[in-house]
Design a protein around this ligand. Structure first.
Ligand code: PHE
Ligand code: FE
Length: 285
């Protein structure tokens, strides 16, 4: 989801994967993982959707430290048929979609430095594995991710990658869900960030708006800071129904006539849970 058109780095396989080379992580690398894991594992119960908390089990492998992706894949495979494979960094869209369509999640192998615990713009192994893998253990979400990959391959041919990327951003990365009459986090970009796990639920600054497929495909997003709007789904089943069972081709056509919506904007049709003050965004501008 990157629009990336660079050559495949030397040493990567044709599908851009690399060996994780788990033995080459340093004690400091593992310590960074452990610190991040401990902090999020303490923060998220009651904040993250229960399917995410359940899925964390799968990351609790025998030894602490960065998970060995082969062990992890073995566990995940038994539950939902997914695997996790290592890549050097961001990969081109078609490569990414192809992996998802085949139930392989690509994870960066590097981990952030100890001075980067709080925010990192590019995805590292903590974001990719802690953030994304727990929900891949949930059958409905696992199917959504595969369908998304298939939809990506299709969107590529329809010139609609940007629209589809917005769906990924506002669901898989930064989605909120209503569960037991409360808002909860499920997006990987939120659950893997200490600051945003608090901000996304508690701060008066961002908008929190009911999910609308077409609305969200029109909405810009920011990649450099906390989101200005979050979209709330009713359930994973509902998300799956509204996406998998829907032919996006006519939707992409209709969207050509529609204007783009700014990241902080609220429109008439929105089901608003919280009209954000945008104070945070303004203070950072
Ligand atoms: N149904 C979508 C299409 O017709 C594919 C898709 C499924 C996209 C699930 C995203 C998520 O292209
Ligand atoms: Fe991610």
């Amino acid at each position: 989801m990157t629009g990336l058109t660079v050559d495949r780095p030397a040493g990567t396989a044709e599908d851009w994967t690399i060996p994780q080379d788990w033995d080459s992580y340093s004690p400091q690398d593992h310590a960074v993982w452990d610190a991040l894991f401990a902090r999020q594992a303490a923060l998220l119960p009651g904040r993250a959707v229960k399917e995410f908390i359940d899925g964390l089990d799968i990351l609790r492998i025998a030894k602490p430290g960065i998970p060995n992706l082969e062990d992890l894949s073995e566990r995940l495979m038994k539950r939902t048929g997914w695997q996790v494979v290592a890549v050097p960094g961001l990969v081109p869209d078609d490569v990414f979609f192809e992996h998802l369509a085949n139930r392989r999640f690509v994870a960066g192998r590097f981990i952030r430095r100890p001075d980067q615990l709080d925010y990192l713009q590019e995805p590292d192994v903590f974001h990719d594995v802690f953030g994304h893998v727990p929900l891949l253990a949930h059958p409905v979400f696992a199917d959504y991710m595969q369908a998304y990959g298939e939809g990506g391959l299709r969107a590529d041919g329809l010139g609609a990658i940007e629209k589809l990327a917005r769906l990924y951003w506002y669901t898989v990365e930064f989605g909120l869900i209503r569960q037991d009459a409360e808002l909860k986090i499920y997006g990987a970009g939120i659950v893997s960030s200490y600051g945003e796990s608090l901000f996304a639920l508690d701060d008066p600054s961002p908008n929190r708006i009911g999910f609308g497929l077409k609305r969200l495909m029109r909405t810009k997003y920011r990649i450099d800071d906390y989101q200005q709007s979050y979209f709330v789904i009713d359930s994973f089943d509902d998300l799956l129904r509204q996406t998998v069972e829907m032919d996006f081709a006519p939707l992409y056509e209709e969207l050509k006539q529609e204007s783009t919506i700014e990241a902080d904007e609220i429109i008439d049709e929105d089901r608003v849970f919280n009209r954000g003050t945008q104070d945070y965004a303004r203070s950072e501008a």
